[in-house]
Design a binder for this molecule. Structure first.
Ligand code: DGT
Ligand code: CA
Ligand code: CA
Ligand code: ZN
Length: 585
């Protein structure tokens, strides 16, 4: 569900940003922004709704409903396309810089003619921003920092942006006449946290209809190259990274070579090089067309990936593991682990509701969890020290009563009962303490504790801060451990080996936060944590019902870290989970 909601919300948000950049009415922009939030959090799929039904969504009036309907009919919004055409891509890209945003990006564009991140960097270095209304010495420093971060994303986009584009391409190309299988390959299939371009592979005898489907897809802004075997286009994403669009490469192969081609175009390049060496040693030759006898040139296999790997004496390698980091050797020894899968997850342990900054009510979030077949769900609204959330002890207790009553209703309404855990997301203060004293913490079923402030503490202090949180018997999970925001906030500086040791020793789990702009703990640290004896919680940190589906990105991240289900506490039955949450106490 709700993919359509996210897509529409992104378009409305983009419309609001572009309105501001083009000097439009800020009040109107604000309305679009509100509507975007409200559509994102709306409990029903907007895909099938007519204009009258759309207007029932809070904040959606006649003109916004008309635009959504137009998008659903035609795949585009004419007024949005006009705005997109009128504003340079570089200016839209500037809005990704933390500490800038659309309003100030517009100011720089209109007052100084700055139209790209590079031009902005130059202007900062030349001191040209000095004296500009609203830009002091401190904001210059923040801008410098923000530019470096925006550049760290480079020519890449967060995974969900690429994933949504890929799914639209697969849906359209897959329906073209003569199309057999059609699937994403490349870094997207490997669940890297950021994606350079989208690779889609399709099987067909004749590619013309498939290539037609791609170039005529709504949102295509440029056809880079069109051929029989490969066509490349750029498609608008509604996300400012890369100036608002992403390259898509569609390759069409005969069905007989599907397996070899999928293996080749999934990569990574380093994995492919290592696999080809295995082939050479066996006097075979591996290419995107198949596995061949090196001497005779005879085709041996190419139809499925499994056949290709098997003929090389290897286990099939799950795509997220294909980074040449030991998986080739493991596959040769037939020691590829059984990785955690989305269907292993029995519940989400980090979710928010309207009681703090979520947009779904307690009842809506629970219903959405139940619709996913969860056996349990933890509700973990923010604790009081995140002051803007205005949480109080009384509000928290009231929610607990409501949650218990809801759990009783679920047990008696004839449907499948569900265990509801009452939790909170605590804030780890600079000294490692958290919001509430031990006796209040003891009243929760589960506490996630996260760093939400003082991100740039020195390493030794930051490490002590984490260790103290782990040692707290009331803290069960460290939320989004590195507190990074992909493309906008760097990871905190902390001695991870120490943190892993403390987690293992105290029975504190580390979160793998599935939000696509977090993906934290990042995959590159997961194997080391697992080897140190750490347990994990793969959570979504959902702020809306539709966010529960972010789980797939957390699972992909966990698979990149070779995690097996047994190390993931929310694959466990409720009884075993509760045992873990007692922290040995
Ligand atoms: P990205 O797009 O930067 O996020 O990363 P990938 O891995 O999707 O890279 P991409 O799009 O350049 O190529 C897709 C896959 O195709 C790549 O993972 C492996 C394969 N491939 C492409 N070019 C080459 C090449 O020159 N040599 C080899 N061995 N493989 C290649
Ligand atoms: Ca790619
Ligand atoms: Ca590519
Ligand atoms: Zn948080």
């Amino acid at each position: 569900m709700a993919r359509a909601n996210d897509q529409v919300a992104a378009l409305l948000q983009e419309y609001a940003d572009l309105l501001l950049i083009s000097g439009g009415d800020p009040f109107r922009a604000r309305n679009y922004e509100k509507a975007a939030k409200s559509v994102a959090g709306y409990g029903h799929d907007v895909a099938g709704l007519g204009e009258a039904q759309l207007r029932r969504i809070p904040g959606v009036g006649a003109s916004i409903a008309a635009k959504i309907a137009q998008f659903q009919r035609t795949g585009t919004i004419a007024e949005l396309d006009e705005l997109r055409a009128a504003i340079p891509d570089g200016v839209r890209e500037m809005t990704t810089i933390p500490a800038l945003g659309p309003k100030r990006a517009a100011q720089l564009y209109h007052e100084l003619g700055i139209a790209s991140i590079d031009e902005l960097a130059e202007a900062v270095e030349q001191g040209r921003l000095r004296g500009l209304r609203g830009f002091g010495a401190r904001s210059e420093e923040r801008l410098r920092h923000g530019i470096a971060l925006a550049r760290s994303l480079g020519q890449r986009v967060p995974i969900h942006v690429a994933d949504e584009t890929a799914q639209r391409v697969v849906a359209a190309v897959g329906q073209a006449p003569g199309c057999g299988r059609c699937e994403p390959a490349g870094s997207l299939r490997r669940f890297r946290d950021t994606i350079g371009d989208v690779d889609v592979l399709a099987a067909a005898a004749d590619s013309a209809a498939l290539m037609d489907a791609l170039v005529s897809l709504p949102g295509v802004t440029e056809v880079i190259a069109r051929g029989d075997a490969k066509t490349s286009v750029r498609i608008g994403t509604g996300h400012p990274a890369q100036g608002g669009s992403i390259q898509v490469d569609l390759r069409v192969v005969p069905a007989e070579c599907w397996g070899a081609a999928l293996q080749y175009f999934t990569g990574s390049q380093a994995h492919n090089v290592a696999v080809r060496e295995i082939a050479v040693r066996r006097r075979l030759k591996l290419s995107e067309y198949g596995l061949f006898d090196a001497e005779t040139g005879d085709l041996i296999v190419s139809r499925t990936e499994e056949e290709v790997y098997a003929r090389l004496g290897m286990d099939w390698v799950p795509p997220p593991m294909r980074e040449d980091s030991g998986e080739v050797q493991a596959a040769l020894r037939h020691e590829i682990p059984r990785l955690v899968q989305e269907r292993d997850i029995r519940g989400d342990l980090h979710t928010h509701t309207t009681l703090s900054d979520g947009v779904g009510t307690l009842e809506e979030m629970v219903a959405a969890g139940r619709a996913r077949g969860y056996e349990y769900l933890a509700v973990t609204d923010h604790a009081p020290n995140l002051f803007m959330q205005r949480m109080t002890f009384e509000k928290m207790l009231e929610q607990r009563e409501r949650l218990r009553a809801l759990e009783r209703r679920l047990a008696s309404d004839g449907g499948r009962p569900m265990t509801l855990l009452h939790g909170t997301e605590l804030n780890i203060a600079p000294d490692g303490t958290v919001d509430w004293p031990a006796d209040i913490l003891a009243g929760f079923d589960i506490c996630v504790a996260s760093v939400h402030s003082h991100f740039d503490q020195p390493r030794a202090e930051m490490t002590r801060r984490f260790l103290r949180a782990c040692e707290n018997p009331g803290v069960h999970v460290i939320g989004h451990p590195l507190a990074r925001r992909i493309g906008s906030r760097p990871p905190v500086d902390v001695d991870l080996a120490e943190v892993f040791r403390a987690c293992a020793a105290t029975g504190t789990a580390l979160e793998i936060n599935s939000h696509p702009e977090r993906l934290d703990l990042p995959s590159e640290h997961i194997r080391a944590a697992a080897e140190a004896g750490v347990r994990f919680a793969i959570d979504t940190d959902s702020h809306a019902t539709g966010n529960l589906a972010f789980l797939r990105y957390g699972i992909g991240t966990a698979q990149r870290g070779w995690l097996t289900p047994d190390l993931v506490i929310n694959t466990w039955p409720a009884g075993r989970l509760r045992e873990f949450l007692r922290k040995g106490g």
